[in-house]
Design a protein around this ligand. Structure first.
Ligand SMILES: Nc1nc2c(ncn2[C@@H]2O[C@H](COP(=O)(O)OP(=O)(O)OP(=O)(O)O)[C@@H](O)[C@H]2O)c(=O)[nH]1
Ligand SMILES: [Mg+2]
Length: 314
């Protein structure tokens, strides 16, 4: 039985291996993705982002469990925060992926920023295709909300939950970090701590002040993942947003834009691959650098010359 057949047969091990194949851009991965794409059903993607230690994994844990209890087939992608950008897991007590309820059939995959040559956002989106084709209907993506890279991933989700904590400063901070624009739901987690009321108030005021109004009114909810408080309510708000997307026609609009991006990425990658294998492999680049060093050419015209040569050769 081939790996693909085992995948179709529902083998989780085959799924994991197929994901690695895609993630590492091994030969034939685009063809594989093309086969997988035809089996997709439009998996619903929930993005969860927020500052380090805000309780994202704790919430994901509970949400995944609740969704699985409701009969959904849930997958979770944790974009590993131990990237050079986010500074790593300095919190010794952070919830690890092992704590997520695998017994309920929840599939968990961690994606590191190192080693994903094609860019983390593209890799995440490709892995989503595999999960969708496998039969999962709901995906939760957890990522630390700090850099542009994370925003790109979260941008590719249908519903975005921004998790803040009372001590993460004022709502203005969230505004500055660009979180206000991407949030569909705000969760003020660790609301057992001082300052939660103020945070809720500030967030609501900041949302009201927004000039750009949408038909969806971004709700703000206080949660306590540690004590399982209000997490069912949080899920209800998330699913309410899902219904909103579906009934308003926004879902197909978003997906159209995302597909456009995807096709662009596929083309860029193919061009890049061809250029690297056709031009850059046989010392052409070294020769060009040599010429530049000798003052016979400059890097810009060298780049344009090589690109033209690639185009003619293709
Ligand atoms: N007091 C309190 N602690 C909480 C609450 N929710 C989560 N925590 C604790 O906060 C710590 C960090 O939780 P995580 O779920 O790992 O946070 P995270 O946002 O996933 O962390 P990173 O992935 O490292 O950014 C853990 O010790 C949790 O038990 C809450 O509502 N109240
Ligand atoms: Mg976490």
């Amino acid at each position: 039985m081939s790996l693909y057949d085992k995948f179709l047969d529902g083998s989780v091990i085959a799924l994991s291996r197929i994901i690695s194949h895609i993630e590492n851009l091994r030969p034939g991965y685009q063809e594989l993705l093309s086969r997988l794409y035809r089996r997709t059903n439009g998996i619903y993607r929930i993005g969860l982002t927020g500052p380090p230690g805000a309780g994202k994994s704790s919430l994901v844990n509970l949400l995944a469990g609740q969704l699985a209890d409701d009969g959904r087939r849930v997958a979770v992608i944790c974009v590993d925060p131990s990237s050079p950008f986010t500074g790593g897991a300095f919190l010794g007590d952070r919830i690890r992926m092992q704590d997520i309820p695998v017994d309920k059939g929840v599939f968990i995959r961690s994606m590191g920023s190192r080693g994903s040559t094609g860019g983390l956002a593209a890799a995440t989106s490709n892995v989503t295709v595999a999960l969708d084709a496998f039969g999962f209907d709901t995906l939760i993506i957890e990522t630390v909300g700090v850099g542009q890279m994370e925003l790109d991933i979260i941008d590719a989700c249908d519903t975005v939950v921004v998790t803040l904590v009372p001590e993460s400063g004022d709502a203005i901070q969230a505004l500055k970090a660009g979180l206000m624009e991407i949030a569909d739901v705000f969760a003020v987690n660790k609301s057992d701590r001082a300052g939660a009321e103020q945070m809720l108030y500030d967030l609501k005021s900041a949302l009201e002040m927004r000039t750009e109004k949408s038909k969806w009114e971004v709700p703000v909810i206080a949660t306590q993942a540690l004590h399982k408080k209000n997490t069912e309510e949080l899920l209800r708000l998330i699913l309410e947003h899902k219904s909103f997307l579906e009934t308003s026609g926004q879902l197909s609009h978003i997906r159209g834009l995302q597909l456009q991006k995807k096709v662009e990425t596929v083309i860029t990658r193919l061009v890049f691959r061809d250029i690297s294998s056709n031009i850059l492999s046989d010392g052409v680049l070294e020769k060009a650098v040599d010429k530049i060093m000798k003052g016979e050419e400059d890097p810009y015209s060298a780049g344009m010359r090589l690109y033209k040569r690639f185009k003619l050769g293709s």
